[in-house]
Design a protein around this ligand. Structure first.
Ligand SMILES: [Zn+2]
Ligand SMILES: [Zn+2]
Length: 287
């Protein structure tokens, strides 16, 4: 809730006119409680989780021949029931575990200094904060994921996420409830270290969710704009992690590839990539 009764009061406090975005934020949040604003993420999550993977899920089911060269595991054909089972179970885990934890974590969000007021952060500030969150989440997430691949962690918790050896978008958040909480924790560390505006926090959760969906989508499209991000792993990187499962001890990082390179957990993937390139070369030469 903003401490100004009118936009004029807000402008007087800032000493300048509100930008278009700030005026829109004022209209939306002036009389809305901060807790209610924080709860928006639960709705954003459910809407994005339901709709974002849907187009590629339909394409996976219909499997048109034109898309087969881009499918990472073209021989695998899943039935609609597999998609539905994944979706229903993920939403149930979210509503029973992740959602309540997020709603109850509001005091911590206030304590670390997530703000809702004016001014809104600049584009540069937002981009810098998101970059920090990505790097922190990628590094901590790498080690948390690696721990979940120890014998105990895998057999007790993480094996659920690996039930689908050929992932599709909905698998991104399909996991044991404790896995969702454990592997989701690093996403909160960045905002705790570098507090941001509530709108940046929404954006961060949205980016993280979309990155998870992208990594699990099961296709490798050459024009994917995410490929412009340096060291971005994406679907080929994480699809290999699912394909070989626990045995691989490969490709633990969620966004980038450098942690796996630095700690030597990308060797199996590199060998796999080199083998694929060789097969392609042989096929091209023979035709
Ligand atoms: Zn794993
Ligand atoms: Zn996965």
């Amino acid at each position: 809730m903003l401490p100004y009764a009118t936009a004029g009061e807000a402008e007087a406090a800032l000493g300048r006119a509100l930008t278009w975005a700030e005026a829109a934020w004022f209209r939306y949040s002036a009389t809305t409680s901060d807790y209610y604003l924080y709860c928006h993420h639960v709705v954003i999550f459910l809407v994005v989780y339901t709709l974002a993977p849907l187009p590629l899920a339909v394409l996976q089911l219909r499997a048109p021949a034109i898309l087969l060269p881009y499918k990472l595991q073209p021989r695998v054909r899943l039935k609609p029931a597999a998609f539905l089972r994944c979706y229903v179970r993920t939403v149930r885990v979210f509503l029973l575990a992740m959602g309540p934890v997020q709603l109850l974590s509001y005091p911590a969000v206030k304590m670390v200094g997530i703000r809702t007021g004016l001014p809104l952060p600049s584009a540069g500030e937002t981009a810098a904060q998101l970059a920090v969150y990505l790097l922190v989440e990628d590094y901590l997430g790498y080690w948390v994921h690696r721990l979940l691949h120890t014998k105990w962690g895998y057999e007790k918790i993480h094996h659920v996420h690996h039930e689908y050896t050929a992932p599709f978008g909905y698998v991104g958040l399909y996991a044991h409830w404790s896995d969702v909480l454990i592997i989701g924790f690093p996403a909160f560390v960045g905002p705790a270290l570098v507090p941001c505006h509530m709108t940046t926090l929404w954006l961060w959760f949205l980016i993280r969710q979309l990155a998870l969906l992208d990594a699990h989508k099961g296709f490798d499209f050459p024009l994917n704009p995410a490929k412009l991000i340096p060291f971005y792993g994406g679907a080929p990187h994480h699809d290999y992690h699912h394909r070989v499962g626990r045995k691989s001890q490969s490709n633990f990082a969620s966004f980038f590839t450098f942690c796996d390179y630095i700690y030597g957990t990308d060797k199996g993937y590199m060998f796999h990539k080199a083998s694929l390139a060789k097969l392609k070369e042989v096929a091209q030469n023979s035709t």
